[in-house]
Design a protein around this ligand. Structure first.
Ligand code: ADP
Ligand code: MG
Length: 544
């Protein structure tokens, strides 16, 4: 290949590297982010629809929860993934508001695109968006109202707002009541505000019955039954031993084989094995425990000896549950049977096996440290329960956020309308081209009330005009009544949300929009397939 003799092309990238630059890169990135936002937009609000996602194994998820949809969808595009991360952050930080955050990001980028088309430089837009975000945080903090622990009715409203529109909506008042009680049970006062250890709230699921039968149990419920029918069903004054090693000799993790040919030797071997298990069990008995909760297996012989000693034993209990039990009962988790001291045992008033529906579950109640509760989610099918669980998680998140910061706002699009209004007047006071970006940011906020209206089948133009007028007259909590299509005072209607839902959603949406806007060059190497199995010769990973 002889090209121009004077110009030697220089390759600094591998042959198969793809590269997109400038406006083209921006356009593609914005497009991808908008598409992701568009996908969850129709689920926003109490009238939002659900999505059914079928994964490669044919497993079905039916949900209205933004972060769940995005997670299950397996988005490949790099900027698409950045948008998914917004939802993840929102989920971690607040536990609700994931759709809002993603929809805001999509709209910010859409408005930015229009500015780019007017030849406004991305760095100017980025700067304007940053200014607007700072101002937005200030406005939100100013319009928020206070909430205290004693104001249970307000916390209930916060919980109900988070469950509205979910599959679990039928029992939303009941679920809100359970969740508020659960959060209040684990909340601790910490110099002036509250600390809530969300890990102290366990959600256990049991298919059967109806959502209304979901309940809150003071203590920890395990989806386990005692390993041997001769063990006591109920132990009062429980002294609990938590064990994270197996109570058996044949450790399936090591596969040493012993070949015995002589039948006499076999008997001797079995006797020896039994003696060893007996010795192990004796250590449990000697510890003074009357309940054994084991993370691994318990051998048949050990079960027999434990039953004889009148010890209630559970096996293969989840690690997270063992940890929770340790906290709740004051037990230390034991890994070595030779290392048990009396004070390592945990205490609980009662450990009892009870039937839930047709199935046995074990309740650990009246724990030494009472701040551990279990929400037992019920529902007719696995899909219903999964959605009840997500609703509970969202509600726990918002009630916690409301309690921790002590601030709430009304919902139904009211705070976003107010943000838009106040940001516009802020923009008017600015000089320079950033003003246009701040205006675009302000307009973008309105996507929330507009989408709430659209999803409810309400004409968005009429509704938005009415809302704008109301906010202009100082009705800061004027929001959209999705049932009548009219404006309403969202505060008076009890549609409350924690302030943090909004501050977090706006700031992560702004951050990601700015990040995406600043990219003007996308360089992507060809993807190399990872070796399916690690093994000798399978590549550099093999010797890790
Ligand atoms: P997200 O994942 O963002 O939480 P949701 O589908 O839960 O998405 O919708 C939340 C939006 O719905 C919020 O703007 C909230 O204020 C609004 N909303 C909740 N309940 C009502 C209601 N009864 N009337 C109007 N809007 C509501
Ligand atoms: Mg929500």
């Amino acid at each position: 290949m002889m090209a121009d003799a004077n110009v030697q092309p220089i390759f600094i990238l591998a042959n198969d590297t793809k590269r997109t630059k400038g406006r083209e890169a921006q356009r593609m990135n914005i497009q991808a982010a908008k598409l992701v936002a568009e996908m969850v937009r129709t689920t926003l609000g109490p009238k939002g629809m659900d999505k059914m996602i079928v994964d490669s194994l044919g497993d079905i998820t039916v949900t209205n929860d933004g972060v769940t949809i995005l997670r299950e969808m397996n988005i490949e595009h790099p900027t698409g993934k950045m948008v998914v991360e917004i939802a993840e952050t929102q989920e971690d930080e607040v536990g609700d508001g994931t759709t809002t955050a993603v929809v805001l990001a999509g709209e910010l980028l859409k408005r930015a695109e229009a500015l780019l088309d007017q030849e406004i430089h991305p760095t100017i837009i980025a700067k304007g968006y940053r200014l607007a975000n700072e101002k937005a945080q200030e406005i939100l903090n100013k319009i928020a109202e206070n909430v205290k622990r004693e104001e249970r009715s307000m916390l209930l409203k916060v919980a109900t707002t988070a469950t509205t529109g979910k599959g679990a909506e039928v029992a939303k008042d009941h679920l809100a009541d359970l969740v508020v009680s659960a959060v209040l049970a684990v909340a601790e006062r910490e110099d002036g505000s509250y600390a809530v250890d969300k890990d102290a709230i366990k959600i256990e699921k049991k298919v059967g019955s109806s959502v209304e039968q979901s309940e809150l149990i003071n203590g920890i419920v395990l989806d386990k039954e005692r390993v041997h029918p001769n063990m006591p069903r109920k132990v009062q004054g429980a002294r609990i031993l938590l064990l994270d090693t197996a109570l058996e000799i044949r450790n399936t993790e090591t596969d040493a084989k012993i070949t015995i040919t002589d039948p006499e030797k076999l008997q001797a071997f079995l006797d020896m094995e039994e003696a060893m298990v007996k010795r192990m069990t004796d250590k449990v008995v000697l510890s003074g425990a009357n309940v054994l909760i084991c993370q691994k297996g318990i051998d048949d012989i050990a079960q027999h000896f434990l039953a004889k000693a009148n010890i209630l034993a559970l096996r293969r209990v989840k690690k997270s549950d063992i940890e929770r039990l340790a906290k709740a009962t004051g037990a230390r988790i034991i890994s070595n049977l030779d290392d048990i001291a009396r004070q390592d045992l945990g205490a609980a008033g009662v450990v009892e096996e009870l039937k839930v529906g047709d199935e046995p579950m074990t309740y650990v109640r009246e724990c030494k440290h009472p701040r551990a509760v279990t929400l037992l989610a019920r529902g007719g099918t696995g899909h219903v329960i999964a959605e009840v669980e997500r609703a509970m998680e969202d509600a726990i998140g918002v009630v916690t956020a409301a309690l921790q910061s002590g601030k709430v706002v009304a919902g139904a699009g009211a705070p976003e309308m107010e943000l838009a209004r106040q940001l516009r007047s802020y923009a008017n006071a600015l000089a320079g081209r950033e003003q246009l970006a701040v205006q675009a940011f302000a307009d973008a906020m309105e996507v929330i009330p507009r989408t709430l209206a659209e999803n409810a089948g309400i004409d968005p133009i009429d509704a938005m005009t009415e809302l704008k007028a109301a906010h202009g007259k100082g009705e800061k909590w004027a929001g959209i009544n999705v049932f009548t299509g009219k404006k309403m005072d969202a505060w008076k209607q009890g549609i409350l949300e924690p302030l943090k839902i909004k501050t977090q959603a706006v700031s992560s949406a702004a951050e990601v929009a700015v990040m995406i806007l600043r990219i003007d060059d996308v360089i992507s190497g060809e993807r190399t397939e990872r070796p399916a199995q690690k093994g000798p010769g399978a590549g550099p990973e093999a010797d890790e």
